[in-house]
Write a protein that binds this ligand. Structure first.
Ligand SMILES: CCCCCCCCCCC/C=C/C(=O)SCCNC(=O)CCNC(=O)[C@H](O)C(C)(C)COP(=O)(O)OP(=O)(O)OC[C@H]1O[C@@H](n2cnc3c(N)ncnc32)[C@H](O)[C@@H]1OP(=O)(O)O
Ligand SMILES: NC(=O)C1=CN([C@@H]2O[C@H](COP(=O)(O)OP(=O)(O)OC[C@H]3O[C@@H](n4cnc5c(N)ncnc54)[C@H](OP(=O)(O)O)[C@@H]3O)[C@@H](O)[C@H]2O)C=CC1
Length: 264
């Protein structure tokens, strides 16, 4: 009988932006499945406790590295540290991202650049640097974090939506270019997920529904995105590349759902 293979034990995985939220859940999930996980954020003191938890409570081992994904040299140091500690990365999860909500006319050039730099250019830096090692090593798997905002327009999200849409097309292009090197590249587009970043940015603290009446789905949990990422990097997804998988929950019965956010 065939059994699905979701195993990542013994694999080396880099997860960016893993001090909290979705990135932390991904790192902990892969660690719980026996992967060696290298996690980063902009502050060593924020990733250290996450790595300690993975080391102490899971089958996997963890290395915490301070790395701002907007800085190419820091990304190169992250990948060097990974190779030195665990060998070539098998998995890269480009999770680090963020935004502020503002009308297009209120976004300064620096504000625009900050969001594109973090979400899109950070993904580019990590994919180019880790991808080179993956190619030399014979393959790997990359998962990028986009958003429903990269698939559908929403007010206040011009910069973030543009960056997240570009990540979807980048995913498709790299999947084609790097298929001959044995590298699969996929993407996840979450709807609203309960994280510290969402609490800070959107003021949604818990399982409460967003105030907009038309957005009538429950808020997701970071672990629900982590499970999807584990599937995508596992052998069970060996026939998938270049795909963007949307995870945005189930609409409540009887709701008319048509709000331009792709939540219909
Ligand atoms: C209620 C309805 C809900 C419907 C939901 C449906 C769909 C689900 C959508 C889910 C959306 C979730 C998206 C997420 O990404 S969640 C995780 C988000 N986490 C964060 O965003 C973290 C919080 N944000 C930040 O830490 C920072 O904003 C960020 C890291 C993104 C940028 O930091 P940086 O240090 O680079 O930036 P600076 O503070 O130096 O500022 C740079 C320039 O940006 C301008 N700026 C900053 N904030 C604003 C603002 N609010 N409005 C306008 N401009 C802003 C700032 O002034 C700087 O520009 P200048 O130098 O020109 O002044
Ligand atoms: N939560 C949601 O509803 C949704 C989230 N997403 C996407 O999922 C990803 C994770 O979101 P979420 O968990 O909510 O975000 P959070 O804001 O909760 O966490 C963001 C993480 O990224 C790190 N980070 C931020 N900037 C950098 C940087 N320049 N370099 C390295 N690390 C950085 C933060 O660590 P530190 O501050 O310590 O540097 C933190 O660990 C993002 O790409 C986001 O756009 C997509 C759709 C919906």
């Amino acid at each position: 009988m065939h059994e699905p293979d979701y195993a990542v034990a013994g694999k080396t995985a880099i997860v960016t932006g893993a001090s909290q939220g979705i990135g932390r859940a991904i790192a902990e999930t892969l660690g719980a499945s026996g992967a060696n996980v290298v996690i980063c954020s902009r502050a060593q003191e924020r990733v250290d406790p996450v790595a300690e938890g993975i080391d102490e409570e899971t089958e996997g081992a963890a290395l915490a590295v301070e790395c701002n994904v907007r800085e190419r040299e820091q990304v190169e140091a992250l990948v060097d540290a990974t190779v030195e500690e665990f060998g070539a990365p098998d998995v890269l999860v480009n999770n680090a991202g963020g935004e502020f909500v503002a009308p297009f006319e209120d976004i300064s050039p620096n504000g625009w650049n900050a969001i594109v730099d973090l979400n899109l250019n950070g993904t580019v830096h990590c994919s180019q640097v880790a991808g080179e090692v993956m190619r030399e090593n014979g393959g790997g798997s990359i998962v990028n974090l986009s958003s429903v905002n990269g698939q559908h327009a929403a007010p206040g999200e011009s910069h973030y939506g543009a960056a997240k849409a570009a990540i979807i097309r980048l995913t498709e292009t790299l999947a084609v270019e790097w298929a001959p090197h044995g590298i699969r590249v996929n993407c996840v587009a979450p709807g609203l997920v309960q994280t510290p970043g969402v609490a800070e940015t959107l003021g949604i603290e818990s399982e409460q529904m967003p105030a907009r009446e038309t957005v009538d789905r429950r808020i997701g949990h970071a672990e629900e995105i982590a499970d999807l990422v584990q599937f995508l990097v596992s052998p069970a997804a060996s026939f998938m590349t270049g795909e963007t998988v949307t995870a945005k929950g189930v609409p409540k019965p009887g709701n008319s759902m048509s709000d331009g956010l792709g939540l219909e």
